[in-house]
Design a protein around this ligand. Structure first.
Ligand code: FAD
Ligand code: UDP
Length: 370
């Protein structure tokens, strides 16, 4: 058996999954070679300064939040943080409401004056109880009833996924809580913060290790079989790895429309504003809220969901998961390859969950000396 120092790994994809595994293996003495087909590191969390000098997220807003202290501590090795709690407004009939739905949303929308118990009673009265909560439609109707479903969820979900909420698993809409208090934060996790100098800088620090070399603009397909690594860690789409042998797995894509507004200090009241019922885009994000940057102008991004394009979201449906299971069976039988990340595991993972999955994969590899 070769000594641990001599082990080598090829890592495909320089997003959260790939970079965390790369760093862990490098520290364990592996020689690590990481590639990405894009010309940059950081995957979908990539941020850069636009030509106007504003730090923007090229692939849509990325807000870090986690309850995992271990994960937050891990990333804190590579960045300082700026505390940030994300807030969202949703526009219904031209008025802006706190979202997720809370007591203020109800009071504003229906001209009520409910206290916490009153809000609880209101939801009890309007909800459509479901014995089994299987779909995203069930989740919302079961908790807030038909009118709030129609106003805030139905059309947003149709736009975002090109599907009815009844065609999506419960977990999609269950990401959004319903509140009887007036907390208007999007997330309530213990740790909510943005990398002080941006995500890309954090990834640069992660990859800064003598055992790691990185090559960008390199597609795995063009180098497949060219390296003599002991182990491969693959973080791209799992169906692509197996040449789509069971047919393509459905992913949802987005088109990002970035815009700079010169001389506009602030465009909107919160980091993100959702448009469930109007426009072809789902939401607008203004980056200065997220980053705290001071600038005389501001940069925003609109997200337009679409079928074609980069695979951003696995689509959580029973039939897609059944297809994924067939690929997963091949993956388990593939010698010396680990599949990890949002695309390789076909899971609607947040960033912290990917970090957790990547740390677990690295631990398994290192302890087995693979
Ligand atoms: P990726 O970041 O997709 O990295 C995979 C990398 O593999 C990519 O860089 C890709 O180019 C590369 N690759 C693929 N195929 C190949 C190949 N054949 N050869 C070489 N390289 C290849 N999470 C949060 O926690 N908070 C948020 O606010 C949040 N907002 C999001 C907003 C949007 C619009 C999207 C799409 C996602 C958001 N996420 C958010 C989720 C977050 O982006 C993911 O959890 C995380 O980036 C996944 O990391 P990953 O490494 O698994 O995948
Ligand atoms: N959602 C909705 N209305 C909204 C926001 C979200 O119906 O205003 C639903 C929609 O189906 C969306 C899901 O809740 O895909 C999860 O929303 P989240 O903001 O977590 O999506 P992400 O940030 O991952 O795109």
């Amino acid at each position: 058996m070769p000594s641990p120092q001599k082990l080598s790994a090829l890592i495909v994809g320089a997003g959260f999954a790939g970079c965390v595994v790369a760093r862990e293996l490098a520290e364990a003495g592996y020689t690590v070679h990481i590639i990405d087909k894009r010309p940059h590191i950081a995957g979908n969390a990539y941020d850069e300064t636009d030509i106007h000098g504003v730090l923007v997220h090229r692939y849509g807003p990325h807000i870090f939040h986690t309850n995992g202290e271990r994960i937050f501590e891990y990333l804190s090795r590579f960045t300082e943080w700026r505390p940030y709690e994300h807030r969202v407004r949703s526009v219904v009939d031209g008025r802006h409401y706190p979202f997720p739905i809370n007591r203020d949303t109800l009071n504003l929308l229906y001209d009520l004056d409910l206290d916490e118990a009153g809000a609880q009673a209101y939801f009890e009265c309007v909800r459509e109880p479901r014995d089994q909560v299987r779909t995203s439609e069930d989740v919302v109707l079961n908790s807030v009833g038909r009118d709030l479903y129609n106003k805030f969820f139905l059309n947003y979900t149709r736009k975002q996924w090109g599907l009815e909420p009844s065609e999506l698993k419960a977990g999609v809409a269950a990401r959004i809580p319903v509140r009887t208090n007036t907390d208007d934060r999007y997330f309530t996790d213990t740790f909510q913060a943005m990398p002080l100098h941006g995500y890309t800088k954090m990834f640069e620090a992660m990859l800064r290790h003598p055992n790691i070399t990185a090559r960008l603009g390199v597609d795995f397909e063009s180098v497949r079989g060219c390296f003599e690594q002991d182990h491969t860690v693959y973080t791209g789409p799992i169906d692509a790895y197996f040449n789509y042998c069971f047919g393509p797995l459905p992913y949802r894509s987005l088109r990002f429309e970035h815009e700079h507004l010169a001389g506009v200090a602030q465009y909107q009241e919160t980091g993100t504003v959702n448009y469930p019922n109007d426009h072809a885009y789902t939401r607008i994000t203004e980056f200065k809220h997220l980053t705290g940057q001071k600038h005389t102008g501001t940069s925003i991004v609109r997200e337009y969901p679409q079928v074609e394009g980069e695979p951003y979201y696995p689509i959580p449906r029973e039939e897609n998961e059944a297809l994924f299971k067939r690929y997963e069976a091949l993956a388990k039988a593939e010698p010396n390859v680990t599949f990890v990340g949002r695309l390789a595991q076909y899971r609607y993972y947040n960033m912290d969950q990917v970090v957790g999955a990547a740390l677990a994969s690295a631990r398994t590899l290192i302890s087995a000396r693979l």
